[in-house]
Design a protein around this ligand. Structure first.
Ligand code: CMC
Length: 393
């Protein structure tokens, strides 16, 4: 019909209305359900933010306790699903493990196929929040050849996750409260970011009325890429490369500006933020605090600080309005906590989970929702005909 507007990367097209997250990219504002990210990061918990995003309001004390208890009660994985880990190599990237295992959860919870049954949506929401951290921790354990621990439901959400990652059967494990609070805060910062690539993927898959596990597994796959959630891993690799090359920060920045080998300054730039990412501000402050409290001195932090200053003072980055994004400093904190680099993006996925769920549910109950089906402008050949006499097949 020729009605289609061309919009590579959906730079100018809203795919939906939403009531969940507000971003003002020019002013660096981020709010979940109206609450500024700075206030939530300072005063809330990840589980409370999950409740807020999914149900729209802050919980009462009773609602909070009931929600926490439900999420805690569903942390066990079916014993058979652990066999999935045996089929994968120990070198497997945990993001691949995570997306596979989450897709596989649908085979255990077929009630999820009834996407319009509110009870089914509710129970599968709880299962996802409870089990994804356990799957991520098992992917970590598998990669280091250690036994999977059972969840310890006497612990808080984040403490349980830390124990599943860093505890073992040989010795007692005590959660460091500094670490626990820092991780909780980082998860809050990642909890939603409106229609980013992974969330749009969750919505697109969800728009076909595919179950919530299939939709979130697809979101995890979208998050894996280095231009999206995979950037936190890529930043650490970049910082280590700068350190190991001996070339120094200035030379690296020159390479970025000259677009040598397509190299980018990872953790910089954002489709929406054209000023300092408000999450990055909080993460940077956290990095200082956490490394200080843990007594960790990481030369990569110094490289990151120098890199940030060099870029912020450079005309290339200024004219393109490129600032550090959330991924720039997170990896340094995760590393100080003891997570291997490959676990950084799964940590992002755990954080983003409430947002994906909230967005899937918002679309699912909105009568205006439609099957997502972008159009294209066809640029290929006009009609032509299969050659007469073509006989070789
Ligand atoms: N390093 C060097 N140049 C950059 C960068 C960067 N990180 N980001 C953008 N540019 C340049 C780009 O080359 C282009 O310049 P020119 O006009 O000369 O070709 C200009 O800035 C505009 O860039 P764009 O690619 O059109 O912008 P976009 O909105 O499509 O890209 C982005 C957004 C996040 C993909 C990009 O900034 C990027 O690749 N950043 C590095 C990866 C990264 O940190 N991703 C995490 C994003 S935040 C959290 C998340 O979503 O997971």
């Amino acid at each position: 019909t020729g009605l289609t507007a061309l919009d590579y990367g959906y730079v100018n097209t809203s795919s939906t209305q939403s009531w969940i997250t507000y971003i003002n990219g020019d002013e660096g504002i981020l709010r979940y359900r109206g609450y500024p990210i700075e206030e939530l990061a300072a005063r809330s918990t990840f589980l409370e933010v999950a409740f807020l995003l999914i149900y729209g309001e802050l919980p009462t004390k009773e609602q909070y306790e009931a929600f926490e208890q439900r999420v805690t009660r569903h942390t066990l994985l079916h014993e058979d699903i652990k066999l999935l880990f045996e089929a994968l190599p120990f070198t497997a990237h945990p993001m691949s493990v995570l997306s596979s295992a989450v897709a596989a959860l649908a085979t255990y919870y077929e009630d999820s196929l009834d996407v319009h049954d509110p009870e089914s949506v509710e129970i599968n929401t709880i299962r996802l929040l409870a089990k994804i951290p356990v799957i991520a921790a098992y992917a970590h354990k598998k990669s280091i050849g250690q036994a999977f621990l059972y969840p310890d439901n006497s612990l808080s959400f984040v403490d349980n996750f830390l124990k599943l990652n860093f505890g073992n059967y040989a010795e007692p494990y005590e959660v460091n409260p500094v670490l626990s609070r820092a991780l909780d805060r980082l998860l809050i910062l990642h909890a939603d970011h409106e229609q980013n690539a992974s969330t749009s993927t969750v919505r697109l898959v969800g728009s076909t009325e595919a179950n919530i596990y299939a939709s979130i597994s697809a979101g995890i796959s979208a998050l894996y890429g280095p231009l999206h959630g995979g950037a936190n891993e890529a930043v650490l690799t970049m910082l280590a490369d700068i350190r190991d090359s001996g070339d120094g920060v200035a030379r690296f920045v020159e390479r970025v500006k000259n677009k040598e080998d397509g190299v980018r300054l990872m953790g910089f730039g954002h489709r929406v933020y054209k000023s300092y990412d408000p999450r990055a501000k909080i993460v940077k402050q956290s990095a200082d605090e956490v490394l200080g409290a843990l007594g960790v001195h990481d030369p990569l932090l110094e490289i990151a600080l120098e890199l940030e200053q060099t870029a912020l003072n450079d005309e290339y980055f200024q004219s393109r309005r490129l600032y550090p994004n959330v991924d720039f400093y997170t990896g340094i904190i995760y590393k100080a906590m003891g997570f291997p680099t490959r676990m950084f993006t799964p940590l992002f996925a755990i954080g983003r989970l409430p947002g994906w769920i909230a967005q899937w549910r918002e679309q699912n109950i909105d009568p205006r929702s439609k099957l997502g089906r972008p159009q294209q402008l066809y640029r290929g050949s006009g009609e032509r005909h299969y050659p007469d006499g073509r006989e070789f097949i």
